[in-house]
Write a protein that binds this ligand. Structure first.
Ligand code: AMP
Ligand code: MG
Length: 495
C-alpha cells in the first residue's frame, strides 16, 4: 500500500498525437469536500485507505491542485446517439487526470467526471449533479460486486455549487477508474473525418496497452474487432441475466474493453418486464431491456465500419466481407453466454434438451404475473428436488399461484436428474442469483439523504452492494420489493 506521493502518474493517452484529445484543466467546485471514498477501488491503485483523510487527497482529486506527473486532458470522440450520427462529442465534462500503474503492472486511468468545461463541452456546463454522481458511484460498484465488467469509482466530491438542470441541484464530481475509457465513438470520429491513419494509431494504442497478445498475430486489427465483439456479447448477456438496463446504449457509451460505461438513466428490473424502458426520454423504446442484445450488435456494426480501413487497406469489398464474418460471432457468443448463465441461475449442471424451454416458460409466466426478477431467482434456490412443499417461497411471489404450480412441478422433476444434492445446488445458485441489487428506490433514498448532507445511506448501500450474494441477514429489508411510491420515479438523461 502506498501513500499519495508514491503513486506514479503517467499518461499514455497523452503520448498520442493531439488530434485525439484537448488539454484541459479541472475547474474546482465551490466548497469541495470528500463525501465518499471507496476502499475497494483504492486497492486497484495500491493506495492506502488512510490517505483519503489527508488534505492533499482532496486537493488532488477535486482538481484543485495538479498532481505531479499529471497531464489532464479531455478525449475526443463522436458517436451514434439514438441511431443518428453526431459528428463531435468528446469528454464535455470528464477530465482524465492521468493513469496510475499499480504494482501488478496494470494501468488505471483516473477520470474526474463533472470537472468543468473542456473544448468538447458544446452547450453544456461541464458539471455533473450529485444525484447522477451517486447513481454512478453506487451502480458501478454494484456491477463489480455482481461480477460484471465495469468502470470503477474511487470517490465522490461534494460541493455547495449550484447546477441548473430541470431543477437547481448540487454539483459533484466522481473520480472513476478504468484501464481505458476509449469508446466505439473514439474510432468513429476519424472514420467519418476520413482520417484513416488516425484509426490505425488509435487501434495500435489500444492493442499495445490492452490487447498486447494480438500484436504478434497475423491480423491484429481483425483480432481487435473479434475481441471487442466477444467481450460485448458476454457483457450484454450478463446484463440480461441480472436484469440490468443501461438506458443510453449510444456508441459513445460503448467501451472498447467491454466494460459497462457511462451510467445515466440505468435501471434494474423489479418486476420482470422484457419491454422495460428505464429512460423516460427514450420514447420509441430503442434501448428497452429486451432490445439490448440487438443494439449491442448494431453498435458493433458501427465499430466494424469504422475499422474497415484497417481490415483490408486495398480492397474495401474484402474488408466488408471480413467485418460481416466477424460480426456473425456475436449472436452465438451472446446466446451461449446467456444460456450458460441461465442454467446456472436455475442450478442446472447437467445439460438436457428441454432446459432452454424450461427457462423461457418461467420468464413468460413471470412477465404475465409481474413477478420480481431478483427475488424469484433467489427464492428458487430453496426448491428441493423431492419435496413439493419446498417451493412455497417461490410460489408466494406469484399472485396467481396456480399459474406457477405446473412449472414448479416440472422444475422439481428436472432437478431430480441432477447429480448435485439440494444443499450444494442451493449454495451454487446463491452465488449467481444476487439477493441485493441497486433498485431505483434504494438509490433515490440515498440521494435524498445525501442532498440533505447525510451520506450514511450511500455508505450503507455501497457496503451492501459490494457483497450482493451474501445473506447479510440484518439488511433483509433492502431485498424487499419496491414500495408503492417507487413506481413514480422518472429517470431522464439529465445528469
Ligand atoms: P452522456 O449522455 O452523459 O453520455 O453525454 C453525451 C455527451 O454530452 C458527452 O460528450 C458528454 O461529455 C456531454 N455532456 C453531457 N453532459 C454535459 C455537461 N453538463 N456539460 C458538458 N458536456 C456534457
Ligand atoms: Mg456518455
Amino acid at each position: 500500500m502506498q501513500i499519495l506521493e508514491q503513486l506514479r502518474f503517467t499518461n499514455s493517452f497523452a503520448r498520442l498525437p493531439e488530434a485525439f484529445y484537448a488539454r484541459a484543466e479541472p475547474t474546482p467546485l465551490e466548497n469541495a469536500r470528500l463525501v465518499a471514498f471507496n476502499h475497494s477501488a483504492a486497492q486497484l491503485i495500491d493506495l492506502h485507505p488512510e490517505e483519503a483523510d489527508r488534505p492533499e487527497f482532496l486537493r488532488w482529486f477535486s482538481g484543485e491542485e495538479k498532481m505531479p506527473g499529471s497531464e489532464p486532458l479531455a478525449a475526443l470522440y463522436s458517436g451514434h446517439q439514438f441511431g443518428h450520427y453526431v459528428s463531435q462529442l468528446g469528454d464535455g465534462r470528464a477530465i482524465m487526470l492521468g493513469e496510475v500503474t499499480n504494482q501488478r503492472g496494470e494501468p488505471w486511468e483516473m477520470q474526474l467526471k463533472g470537472a468543468g468545461l473542456t473544448d468538447f463541452s458544446r452547450s453544456g456546463d461541464g458539471r455533473a449533479v450529485l444525484r447522477s454522481t451517486i447513481r454512478e458511484y453506487l451502480c458501478s460498484e454494484a456491477m463489480h460486486g455482481l461480477g460484471i465488467p465495469t468502470t470503477r469509482a474511487l470517490c465522490m466530491i461534494g460541493s455547495s455549487e449550484q447546477v441548473y438542470r430541470e431543477n437547481i441541484e448540487d454539483g459533484a464530481m466522481l473520480l472513476r477508474l478504468a484501464p481505458s475509457h476509449v469508446r466505439f465513438g473514439s474510432f468513429e470520429v476519424f472514420y467519418y473525418r476520413n482520417q484513416f491513419h488516425r484509426i490505425r494509431e488509435l487501434a495500435d494504442y489500444v492493442i499495445r496497452f490492452h490487447y498486447p497478445d494480438l500484436e504478434s498475430t497475423e491480423s491484429p486489427y481483425a483480432g481487435l474487432l473479434e475481441r471487442v465483439i466477444k467481450r460485448t456479447a458476454k457483457l450484454i448477456a450478463q446484463w440480461q441475466l441480472v436484469g440490468f438496463a443501461h438506458g443510453v446504449m449510444n456508441t459513445d457509451n460503448m467501451s472498447i474493453l467491454g466494460l459497462t460505461l457511462d451510467y445515466g438513466p440505468f435501471g434494474f428490473l423489479d418486476a420482470y418486464d422484457p419491454d422495460y424502458i428505464c429512460n423516460h426520454s427514450d420514447h420509441t423504446g430503442r434501448y428497452a431491456f429486451n432490445q439490448q442484445p440487438r443494439i449491442g450488435l448494431w453498435n458493433l456494426s458501427c465499430l466494424a465500419q469504422a475499422l474497415l480501413p484497417l481490415l483490408n487497406e486495398n480492397d474495401p469489398e474484402a474488408a466488408a466481407e471480413r467485418a460481416r464474418e466477424l460480426l456473425q460471432i456475436y449472436d452465438p457468443e451472446l446466446r451461449l453466454a446467456y444460456a450458460r448463465g441461465m442454467r446456472a441461475k436455475l442450478g442446472l449442471r447437467e445439460t438436457k434438451p428441454e432446459d432452454a424451454k424450461l427457462a423461457e416458460d418461467l420468464l413468460q409466466i413471470m412477465a404475465r404475473q409481474r413477478v420480481d426478477y431478483t427475488r424469484l431467482f433467489r427464492a428458487l434456490s430453496g426448491v428441493r428436488a423431492n419435496d413439493a412443499n419446498s417451493d412455497n417461497q417461490s410460489r408466494d411471489l406469484f399472485m396467481d399461484r396456480a399459474a406457477i404450480d405446473p412449472w414448479l412441478e416440472r422444475y422439481r422433476v428436472r432437478l431430480q436428474l441432477e447429480s448435485a444434492n439440494d444443499d450444494d445446488r442451493s449454495r451454487q445458485m446463491n452465488r449467481v442469483n444476487p439477493k441485493y441489487i441497486l433498485r431505483n428506490y434504494l438509490a433515490q433514498q440515498a440521494i435524498k439523504e445525501a442532498e440533505k448532507g447525510d451520506y450514511s445511506e450511500v455508505e450503507r448501500l455501497l457496503a451492501l452492494l459490494q457483497h450482493p450474494f451474501d445473506e447479510q441477514s440484518e439488511m433483509g429489508q433492502y431485498a424487499a420489493e419496491p414500495p408503492e411510491w417507487a413506481s413514480g420515479i422518472a429517470l431522464s438523461c439529465s445528469s
